[in-house]
Design a protein around this ligand. Structure first.
Ligand SMILES: Nc1nc2c(ncn2[C@@H]2O[C@H](COP(=O)(O)OP(=O)(O)OP(=O)(O)O)[C@@H](O)[C@H]2O)c(=O)[nH]1
Ligand SMILES: [Mg+2]
Length: 215
C-alpha cells in the first residue's frame, strides 16, 4: 500500500481526550522500549513521525497518526517500565485498558514482543488479558536485525509455545525490523485487507461538446 500522507493528529491522556473518528484504527502496544514508535515510523516511511528513544518510557500518551486521510495508527505508552511510580503505572493501566476496550473504531491491536529476549510472562499475561477482553490481536516480534536468524526463530518459537500453553490464539504473527524494514510488506498488506474497499469511482461520462462547434 502506498503511503500518500501520514500526519500527527493528537496526543491524548485518555480515551475521552481521543478525537472521535469513524475511520479504522490500529494500535501498537507492548513493553517499554520494545520498538512501537520505531515500527510506526518504519511502516509510514518516516523518520520522526513518532518520537523514539533509547531510554524506556518515551511515549507517555496515546498518540494518533492519520494515514492517507483514511485510517489511523496509534502509538501507546509501553508497559512494564520499572522506573515509573506505582501511581503512574496504575494510570497507564487504566488509560490504556480503557482505550483498548472502549475505542469503537479500534480494528486491531498489535502486541509487540522483543525477539532478542526469551519469553516474558508479562508479555504473555498481556496477550492473555487482550484475549480475555475479546480484543482482536496479533503478535509482532521486533528488532530481528539485532540477533541471528536462529536466535529470533528460537525466541519466537518459545513465545508461541508459551501462547499455546496459555491457550492464547493471536490472529497473526509477524517478525520485523525497523532497521531493515523486514515485515513491513506483510503488516501493511494485512492492514490494507482490513480497510473498507474503495468504491470504484464512477468515471465521469465524456461530455459531448459537438453542439458547441455548430454555434
Ligand atoms: N536495531 C534496532 N533497533 C530498534 C528497532 N526498533 C527499535 N529500536 C531501538 O529501540 C529503542 C526503543 O525504540 P522505541 O521505538 O522508542 O520503543 P518504544 O516501544 O516506542 O518505547 P516507549 O515509547 O518507551 O514505550 C530505540 O533506541 C530504537 O532505535 C529495530 O527494529 N532494530
Ligand atoms: Mg514509544
Amino acid at each position: 500500500m502506498k503511503i500518500d500522507s501520514a500526519r500527527f493528529i493528537a496526543s491524548a491522556t485518555d480515551l475521552e481526550a481521543c478525537p472521535p473518528s469513524n475511520q479504522p484504527e490500529f494500535a501498537f502496544v507492548g513493553r517499554s522500549n520494545v520498538g512501537k514508535s520505531s515500527l510506526i515510523n518504519m511502516l509510514t516511511n518516516s523518520k520522526q513521525l513518532a518520537k523514539t528513544s533509547g531510554t524506556p518510557g518515551k511515549t507517555k500518551l496515546i498518540n494518533l497518526f492519520r494515514i492517507n486521510n483514511a485510517w489511523t495508527l496509534v502509538d501507546l505508552p509501553g508497559y512494564g517500565y520499572a522506573k515509573l511510580s506505582k501511581q503512574k503505572q496504575h494510570d497507564f493501566n487504566i488509560h490504556v485498558s480503557e482505550y483498548l476496550n472502549e475505542r469503537e473504531n479500534l480494528k486491531h491491536i498489535f502486541l509487540l514482543v522483543d525477539s532478542m529476549l526469551e519469553p516474558l510472562d508479562g508479555d504473555l499475561a498481556f496477550a492473555e488479558w487482550l484475549q480475555e477482553c475479546g480484543l482482536p490481536y496479533s503478535i509482532i516480534f521486533t528488532k530481528t536485525d539485532r540477533s541471528s536468524d536462529a536466535k529470533v526463530k528460537n525466541h519466537s518459537g518459545q513465545f508461541l509455545q508459551g501462547c499455546e500453553a496459555w491457550g492464547l490464539k493471536p490472529h497473526n504473527t509477524y517478525s520485523c525490523s525497523a532497521k531493515t524494514k523486514q515485515g513491513r510488506g506483510q503488516i501493511m498488506k494485512w492492514i490494507e485487507s482490513q480497510l473498507p474497499k474503495k468504491k470504484k469511482g464512477k468515471t465521469s461520462p465524456t461530455i459531448n461538446v459537438g453542439w458547441m462547434k455548430k454555434r
